[in-house]
Design a protein around this ligand. Structure first.
Ligand code: SF4
Length: 297
């Protein structure tokens, strides 16, 4: 790990990753030992590794898999679900599975087509659905905190995109911890300081079977292009990604991106599902589902 000027053998590496994770959990005050954690697992290396690490550290961590129904061309959803279920079964961990088609009528690609949200790309609908389901399950089943497997490469790419546009509101919201608010679970990213290849190495050394394929809809996403650019920078200047992210967190903690005149966003429960929304009527997710039903008629 050139950025840390550190080389470890297999056994020490497998100890180092959980030790560092525990350090980040404490440093950013993500959660306490007695809190119940819901880990959003996609079947990829990051989320399965996160679940593995939290279980090894002795946290009460259950998993949530959301079946998106993305099985065109490659069996992306069915294979990632199989791997996630196998992972949970082999380790005796509790997994909740929510199938979008079963619960909301159609898989993500069809919902995206019918809702016409996101100009033909399903990611906007998919992101909305995932946020809705994660928060619903966390809230309904009494979890204190929702943990996702975002790594440093993910965070640096989002940061790069937002910085290119000086998107102050999004910069202010990018954090290892988003505190809970009425009706919204706390969200944490315990792997946010690990490079993607560090997590891949962890998954391989731990013998975790994960899905190698990217979601077919990820192709052409700006975040992938930003990751490539940052990887080129990292090759010439090791540690650039980490410094970029850590210096940002410092600036953020000093209020550099805070709105000087904070606008109070009044949230109220959606009359249909009860989740908090700033819309005057139904939340964006319920409106989207309703629109897709009308489109099908
Ligand atoms: Fe969903 Fe887009 Fe991610 Fe695929 S790439 S899982 S459609 S957000």
């Amino acid at each position: 790990m050139r950025q840390h000027k550190l080389a470890l053998c297999r056994d020490h590496y497998l100890d180092w990753i959980p030790e560092q994770t525990e350090r980040f959990i404490k440093k950013y005050e993500m959660f306490q030992r007695d809190e119940k954690i819901l880990v959003a697992v996609s079947g990829g290396k990051d989320s399965l590794s996160l679940w593995d690490i939290l279980a090894r550290l002795g946290y009460q961590a259950d998993g949530l898999y959301i079946g998106l129904g993305i099985d065109e061309g490659i069996a992306y959803s069915s294979e990632s679900q199989r791997l996630t279920e196998t992972f949970a079964r082999e380790r005796g961990l509790k997994l909740h599975v929510v199938d979008v088609q079963r619960e909301y009528g159609q898989p993500i690609p069809v919902l995206a087509q019918r809702s016409q949200r996101g100009q033909g790309r399903p990611c906007a609908v998919c992101g909305l659905a995932k946020r809705h389901v994660m928060n619903r399950i966390a809230r309904d089943l009494g979890y204190n905190v929702l943990a996702t497997g975002h790594n440093l490469d993910d965070e640096a790419a989002v940061l790069f995109g937002n910085t290119l546009q000086w998107a102050g509101e999004f910069l202010q919201r990018q954090s290892p911890v988003l505190p809970e608010s009425p009706g919204l679970a706390r969200k944490v990213k315990p792997l946010c300081r690990f490079y993607e290849r560090e997590m891949a190495a962890y998954a391989i050394l731990r013998g975790i079977e994960y899905i190698y394929e990217e979601c077919p809809f990820a192709e052409g996403a700006p975040s992938i292009y930003y990751k490539e650019l940052l990887n080129k920078l990292e090759t010439d200047k090791p540690g650039s990604k980490l410094i970029f992210y850590l210096r940002f967190l410092e600036a953020r903690s000093q209020g550099l991106f805070a709105d000087p005149i904070p606008r109070a966003v009044a949230l109220h429960p959606c009359p249909n599902c009860g989740q908090p929304t700033s819309n005057n009527d139904w939340c964006s997710f319920c409106k989207m589902i309703e629109k897709t039903k009308v489109a099908a008629e």
